[in-house]
Design a protein around this ligand. Structure first.
Ligand code: S3P
Length: 166
């Protein structure tokens, strides 16, 4: 059975796309991102999907995108930061080489801070980051085979740590 070589999960801004692209290059494979698939399917930006149709609808589209990618893609795949909130999505990840890219709250505020393009962080970024991490940390850990902390590492060092860990 084929499937993705590596699946990256972790909060927004942790570097999933940068690291994912680096890993794909190192492994001579392709990189895919479920956020991009959702945008292509819906024909609108993620912030518009949240605004027009709500988070629940977004999670449904996201689960579908994850399922399609897992079935077809054999390279490096990254999931949106909140994909693990959906139980169906977590079930799809069982047994796969999932890597949790982590960062602490201070680092998240430094890297992402207030980012209106990311609908979940539109107000009070520090409090929202703390709540978001508290709600999600255990879910990332539940689906992941291994955790790689990114706080004081460059994307190259993170990619190396992932290859060493798997
Ligand atoms: C989200 C993270 C985003 C995107 C959406 C919701 C979240 O993905 O899926 O804005 O709930 O954390 P990235 O982690 O790729 O930014």
């Amino acid at each position: 059975m084929s499937g993705p070589l590596i699946v990256l999960v972790g909060p927004m801004g942790v570097g999933k796309s940068t690291v994912g692209e680096l890993l794909a290059e190192r492994l001579g494979t392709t990189y895919r991102d479920t956020d991009a698939d959702v945008v292509a399917t819906a024909g609108k930006a993620i912030s518009e999907i949240f605004f027009d149709e709500g988070e629940e609808r977004f999670r449904d589209l996201e689960r579908q995108a994850v399922q399609d990618s897992l079935a077809r893609h054999t390279g490096v795949l990254s999931l949106g930061g909140g994909a693990v909130l959906d139980e169906g999505t977590r079930t799809l990840l069982a047994g796969l080489p999932v890597v949790y890219l982590s960062m602490d709250v201070d680092e998240a505020v430094r890297r992402v801070g207030l980012n209106t393009a990311r609908p979940l962080l539109a107000v009070n970024p520090r409090r929202q980051w703390r709540e978001l991490m508290d709600a999600r940390r255990h879910l990332y850990e539940e689906v992941a085979r291994t955790t790689v902390a990114t706080d004081d590492r460059t994307p190259e060092e993170v990619a190396r740590a992932i290859l060493d860990a798997l």
